[in-house]
Design a protein around this ligand. Structure first.
Ligand code: SAH
Length: 412
């Protein structure tokens, strides 16, 4: 492996410190009604608060359906401000916007909102930093600061929905249609809060954002027991698995969790999920020059996935600062795609938005961003927005980002 790479330990258990105050979005509907009762108000006020919250309203003055005496108390108790905008950065002619958020304890996370014709996707963070230590990922190199609370994760999506509704992105008012857990962090390492987030995303308005299951993508390094758990939940969100190598020897180094759960176990678990949901999963594969982009690895990947319910989403590597690694050259990408397709595996190449604001896949790393300093260059965004691969064919996951076919006019 490259000597430029720092080998970090895998971290599963997030530090316990610093969780934010309780928020309406952390609570079930029943719990929220109880909390409101305990504060001396009729339980239905909880539903009124939720209606405002999911529309992006947290200013008590705008809650005209609540008695003025209740507004302040309830807002303070159940809608504490958890996410403060440090700055927004836009790219792609105003159709991509990265937001750097400061949390109550000073931790920084990022989300990226991307508008496409006919849909808008937000890439959200589930942890501050990440403990999975993938050497090519900016967030992975930061280490794990802490898990986000459900309300901190949900708040990123609610803010994106409000930004779309208010026409804050170029193109006028619109609707948030897709959410991908491809920002900072490993969502399945923060399982319970991510599951609550899924509830909030999928519950119809006014008690949630009312998104469809297929337009929500959970992306994982391959925590096999958590994939199995997700399979047993009965939800049908789109699953993306960050594979990056078809063989254990290489994957052990690129995705260190592979030392715990091997390639075969990961794709078997993803297959079981796809069989239960009836929809294909995405296999994410960052093409790294001379590391994992050789023709023989394309053949190995084709052999591994042929006949499975998988769709491969290739992402030319977004090099992170200080890394010696580079994206695969176009001819190597083309050859890789051709070999996978020849093996009968559906394959697309991801279009990468937000590169000039470090908002592209794997670039999210907010730690070096100075809160409050209006700088143009936010440090490497951690996490980056990733799009779910998606795909093509019937029954395929509806994608978040439009996969771009290599060889087409593309954005290569
Ligand atoms: N932890 C989750 C989600 C966060 S990263 C996961 O690993 O799936 C989202 C995606 O971006 C992952 O597939 C990750 O492997 C990919 N990625 C990370 N760094 C990248 C980089 N520098 N270039 C391209 N893709 C990258």
């Amino acid at each position: 492996m490259d000597d430029a790479m720092t080998v970090l330990p895998l971290v599963f258990d997030a530090p316990k410190r610093g969780m934010p105050p309780r928020h309406l979005a952390d609570l079930s509907r029943e719990e929220a009604r109880e909390a409101v009762s305990e504060l001396g108000h009729p339980p239905f006020r909880a539903d009124q608060l939720a209606r405002h919250y999911y529309r992006g309203v947290t200013d008590p003055a705008q809650m005209t359906d609540l008695p003025s005496a209740a507004r302040e108390t309830l807002t303070e108790a159940l809608l504490p401000g958890l996410l403060t905008v440090v700055r927004h950065q836009t790219a792609d002619d105003g159709r991509t916007r990265k937001t750097l958020w400061r949390l109550h304890d000073g931790a920084l996370v990022e989300s990226v909102l991307m508008r496409y014709p006919g849909r808008a996707t937000v890439c959200i963070s589930s942890q501050a930093g990440c403990g999975m230590a993938c050497p090519f990922c900016a967030t992975g190199q930061q280490g794990l600061t802490r898990n986000l609370s459900a309300a901190e994760i949900i708040g990123q999506a609610v803010a994106a929905a409000a930004a779309m509704a208010n026409g804050e992105l170029d193109g006028g008012p619109g609707r948030l249609s897709n959410v991908v857990f491809m920002g900072m962090g490993e969502p399945l390492a923060n399982y319970a809060r991510v599951r609550k987030t899924l509830d909030a995303l999928l519950t119809p308005a006014p008690h949630g954002l009312g998104l469809s299951q297929r337009s929500v993508t959970v992306s994982t390094v391959g925590l096999v027991p958590a994939i199995r758990r997700l399979t047993d939940e009965g939800r049908n969100v789109t699953l993306a698995v960050s594979l990056h190598a078809p063989d254990d020897e290489l994957r052990d180094t690129l995705v260190p969790i592979n030392t715990r759960w091997k390639v075969g176990e990961v794709v078997d678990a993803a297959d079981a999920y796809a069989k239960r949901t009836g929809r294909r999963y995405s296999v994410e594969y960052a093409l790294i020059r001379d590391v994992n982009d050789q023709p023989f690895r394309a053949d190995l990947l084709g052999k591994l996935l042929a006949g499975r319910l998988a769709h491969v989403n290739l992402i030319p590597l977004n090099p992170t600062p200080g890394s010696k690694w580079d994206a695969s050259p176009l001819p190597a990408q083309r050859e890789f795609v051709a070999r996978l397709r020849a093996a009968g595996v559906a394959t697309t190449v991801r279009d990468t938005r937000g590169q000039d604001i470090d908002g592209a896949c794997g670039q999210l790393a907010a730690a070096d961003a100075e809160p409050g300093v209006p700088s143009v260059a936010v440090g490497p965004l951690a996490g980056a927005r990733r799009e779910p691969a998606s795909g093509g064919g019937q029954g395929g996951p509806s994608t978040v980002e439009p996969p771009v076919e290599l060889g087409a006019e593309g954005d290569q």
